[in-house]
Design a protein around this ligand. Sequence first.
Ligand code: GLN
Length: 275
Amino acid sequence: MDVKTLILYGKKRLINVTDTPRLESEILLADILKIKREKLLAYLNENVSLDNEKTFKTLIEKRKNHYPLPYIIKHKEFMGIDFFIKQGVFIPRPETEILVEEALKIASSKKVRILDIGTGSGCILLSFLHYNKLSKGIGIDISEIAIKTAIENASRLGLLERAAFIQKDFKNISSNDTFDIVVSNPPYVKTSQCKNLYFEPVEALDGGEDGFHFYPMLIEKAYRLLKNNGTLIIEIDEGIEKRIEETMRKSGFKGIKIIRDLAGLPRVAEGTKNG
Ligand code: GLN
């Protein structure tokens, strides 16, 4: 089959799986042919080898069964940077870019020490350090595969000298008054909704019955970890912003702000330790 026929074949198979079936079909085929997607358009009438056609059809079936595209092609773009991703690691979401942009704004190109709790692929910490060249940071996660992936990403981005990754439960971090910025995208999906999530690690998403499970501990811990005038920036879900605000205030945070995402939903909470 030629490129054009295969793209259309893939598009048809994926029509009920994604809003962008043609795009995903093109991405998969380009990945197999090891060329940029834009280049595919120049080869529409070229024949694809039988081996590649077979591989393509197998991957299309995987995707048809809701296997996430980033796990197939092993990468995902976040903050304009390509991150290595594999199964077992949370897939970066576009709405999390707001959190990184907020952290960059607060640091305003100055040298800061930043901590990322539940770092996953490392995308938050590493994109921050990529755009703020003076700073250093630590990412922690309880998942071994996450830490290995984050280190791989740090290595690919040339950030090993400024980023350290440690496998650890955030409750066991002992240092106090250490960081200028603490960021986190903790699990906040309600347990009842987690059964709809295919293939991603449930421990990165399951935020308990009401999605709020991790926040009280996280906020309290972050307060202790921050230097005076340091800032906590966390991702939140819609509907819990009032509870988040209240919990942050009770822990001592000042200047609490809730920032909405492009869909207009409360997505990031931020506050400063000012004691
Ligand atoms: N925004 C993610 C989702 O809805 C959840 C992220 C999280 O739990 N931190 O899939």
